[in-house]
Design a protein around this ligand. Structure first.
Ligand SMILES: Cc1cc2nc3c(=O)[nH]c(=O)nc-3n(C[C@H](O)[C@H](O)[C@H](O)COP(=O)(O)O)c2cc1C
Length: 169
């Protein structure tokens, strides 16, 4: 027996999480998606994991390029988070337009003003139904301007300060 999907979703809405953009590049085509199913995995070597849906364009590219950046978003990046989560209006829509991206060691695009941008080589891809768990060895890290993280909670974007003040009222 397992909990029904709706109850599970209601519970997971209460898990506050940092918001990232997981991005990749293959033969000059860049793709990225907003992701919260990302965490630190291990040290020596430094590794992260990201869970990515097979249905999207980003997974298609990631599985071939085997490089990914994990870009930690700051307060003020809400529009970016929405842009990288929204369905593309057209096949060729460029989610990367009008944003400063840095080049990297692996070739994955790094968001210049992310709190931190982790440049990773994907070593393992573990499929599980609709998603795969991707393990990335972190080859390089770029730190952007200091700031506070963008937080996802109860289906919306918030900040640590407003989450704190709301919980106290
Ligand atoms: C707050 C938030 C978190 C998300 N986290 C993930 C995630 O961890 N993994 C994932 O595959 N999709 C996640 N998504 C959904 C993708 O961002 C979305 O489906 C995106 O359009 C997929 O883009 P693609 O077609 O380039 O793969 C999340 C969406 C939102 C709004």
């Amino acid at each position: 027996m397992s909990a029904d999907d709706a109850t599970f979703k209601n519970a997971m809405r209460l898990l506050a999480g940092g918001v990232t953009i997981v991005a990749t590049s293959l033969h000059g085509e860049k793709s990225g998606l907003t992701a919260t199913a990302v965490c630190s995995l291990a040290l020596a070597p430094s590794r992260v994991l990201a869970c990515v849906n097979h249905a999207g364009r980003t997974y298609e590219l990631l599985s071939k390029s085997r490089i990914m950046s994990v870009n930690l978003l700051a307060e003020g990046h809400e529009e970016l988070a929405r842009r990288f989560a929204a369905k593309r209006a057209t096949q060729v829509e460029d989610r990367f337009a009008d944003i400063v991206w840095r080049s990297s060691v692996t070739g994955a695009p790094l968001l210049a003003d992310a709190l931190a941008a982790l440049d990773c080589r994907v070593t393992d891809i573990m499929p599980l139904d609709t998603h795969s768990i991707l393990v990335g060895v972190v080859e390089d890290i770029h730190f952007g301007p200091r700031g506070r993280p963008l937080v996802h909670f109860e289906g919306g974007y918030t900040s640590l300060l407003s989450a704190l003040s709301e919980s106290m009222t």
